[in-house]
Design a protein around this ligand. Structure first.
Ligand code: A2P
Length: 267
């Protein structure tokens, strides 16, 4: 559907935006860009409801905004679920197509929900990397922390590619290097179902200390370390338990503390 056709039929409280770029990474994952509505503001790390008109009805689901708050356009990652009510249609979008977006962004994976610290861990699995694609391009994150450690763990090696490309592109970007010190950012990958130099779930790599050995840093410490977690419900539960065991306390927008969690909103 073209944007002009949808304007008249769009539900109240939604923007009608235009797809500008679509990149398919694997048979389970793609990335797209769309126009950003004039006056639409959000904080890096938040999510928003994205939708399409399907059989005359709007169908929405939550998506983390993968672009930083200062960017001119908007980026998202999406999984492809063969019979998913939205993703089975969304995976067919092309540049020029219309997309609906609800007007209110929200979320806890934001700088405001963490108290100051030295080191920020961003623990992600699968499409849970999406909000961190935003956070690691926000100058505020680099102002607040000396070290940014993004962990990304996936089932298969091919799923790591978009995170690796993103970090490489940040390091190579002249404008971003002027905005903040990109050398503060480190990417740590692990794979669970294929051979890879680092094998295993991130929870196991935290529990057995391999993550800290590999990075050459001290184990988790509430005096210095802050964390954001994004993944499946099970991953959130298990990672949260490890952080709490290390003495970190969960925060929220109205009660900043040492770590925050959010379910992966990407499918
Ligand atoms: P595993 O292959 O052992 O299930 P998914 O695509 O299902 O969301 O999984 C993404 C990654 O998250 C996989 O590497 C998966 O490992 C891992 N994972 C799944 N459950 C947990 C958990 N409870 N804690 C940590 N990692 C998890």
């Amino acid at each position: 559907t073209r944007p002009e056709e949808l304007e008249a039929r769009a539900p109240a409280g939604t923007f009608v935006e235009t797809v500008t770029e679509v990149t398919h990474y694997t048979d389970r994952l793609f990335h797209f860009r769309m126009t950003r509505p004039a006056g639409f503001r959000f904080r890096s790390g938040e999510f928003v409801m994205i939708g399409l008109m399907i059989d005359g009805k709007p169908v929405f689901r939550a998506y983390s905004i993968a672009s930083p708050s200062w960017a001119e356009d908007m980026e998202f990652f999406s999984i492809k679920v063969p019979d998913g009510p939205l993703t089975s249609h969304l995976q067919k979008i092309r540049p020029g197509d219309a997309i609906l977006m609800r007007k209110k962004p929200t979320g806890t994976l934001v700088n405001d929900a963490l108290i100051a610290g030295k080191r920020l861990y961003m623990f992600s699995t699968g499409t849970g990397i999406a909000p961190f694609a935003s956070v690691i391009r926000d100058p505020e994150t680099y102002e607040r922390f000396d070290e940014l450690i993004l962990t990304h763990s996936c089932r298969e090696v091919a799923e790591l590619a978009y995170g690796q490309e993103l970090v490489a592109s940040i390091r190579a970007d002249e404008m971003l290097n002027e905005l903040f010190d990109t050398s503060k950012l480190q990417l740590y990958n692990s794979v669970t179902r294929e051979d890879f130099p680092v094998k295993g779930r991130i929870t196991d790599l935290v529990a057995n200390g391999k993550l800290f050995d590999d990075l050459g840093v001290a184990p988790l410490d509430p005096a210095t370390d802050r964390a954001m977690i994004c993944g499946s419900s099970d991953m959130l539960r298990d990672t949260k338990a490890l952080l709490e065991k290390a003495g970190l306390t969960e925060g929220a927008n109205n009660r900043p503390a040492e770590f925050v969690i959010e379910r992966a909103f990407a499918g």
